[in-house]
Design a protein around this ligand. Structure first.
Ligand code: PRP
Length: 214
């Protein structure tokens, strides 16, 4: 920002690829970033004075909150879970999936009767918000770091709160969607100070991206 560049933090992987395609559409190609063998993490488009770097999803809102990046692109799940002080400005529409409560079909009764159940999840904040504030159901939330579907299978938890995309992980493990917590997709976030200081440029980029999406 200070050197005239605006910096964009991207979520490594498919979201970064899709975001770069979108920036290409608005006249900001980033050829070197397409090299699958590169280990570089930061790239610039000198003409547009835009800089991009690749980060792990949960770190994207952190970079944006602290102003190390002016923009960020991350999944809505990450943005909700991290709960950073940033502005969410655009739904990019790709990376669509759902945050759901899942489990064996029998667990539907436990949910229906607001039983005190155990919930395994990589997203404790989202799970807490859903059960405590929306459903008014007291539950025990157990944080896991991945392969959350194991929870009900090995008897760690009654249900899980997790992302469902194609549903095949659930199917292959004998689990099913019991309730939907929220629809998810990739979102663009902006640093709150940048939004004031670089208002014109930032608004212009958002406007161009929105147009390219349609
Ligand atoms: C995610 C998610 C589910 C799976 C859903 O896991 O946590 O397990 O993808 O996708 P599906 O509905 O298309 O099967 P990820 O692959 O990120 O790995 P993880 O379980 O280690 O978090």
């Amino acid at each position: 920002m200070k050197d005239g560049y605006l910096t964009v933090a991207l979520t490594k992987g498919r979201l970064a690829t899709k975001t770069l395609e979108l920036f290409e559409k608005i006249g900001c190609p980033m050829e070197e970033m397409k090299d699958p063998d590169t280990r570089r993490l930061i790239f610039a488009n000198e003409e547009k004075k835009l800089r991009f770097f690749l980060a792990k999803g949960p770190d994207v809102p952190t970079y944006v909150e602290y102003g190390a990046a002016d923009f960020g692109v991350a999944g809505a799940d990450i943005i909700m879970e991290e709960n950073r002080r940033v502005y969410e400005v655009l739904d990019l529409g790709f990376g669509r999936c759902r945050m759901c409560v899942c489990g064996p079909a029998e667990a539907a009764e436990l949910l229906k009767h607001h039983e005190y159940i155990r919930v395994a999840t990589k997203y404790p904040r989202i799970a807490r918000e859903y059960f405590y504030s929306i459903k008014m159901q007291t539950v025990d939330i157990i944080k896991l770091n991945g392969s959350v579907e194991l929870g009900p299978i090995v008897g760690l938890s009654d249900v899980i709160v997790d992302i469902v995309e194609t549903g095949s992980t659930l199917r292959e493990n004998g689990l099913t969607v019991l309730e939907e917590v929220a629809p998810l997709s990739a979102r663009m976030i902006v640093n709150q100070v940048s939004m004031q200081m670089e208002q014109e440029r930032i608004r212009e980029i958002i406007r161009a991206l929105r147009e390219a999406l349609h």
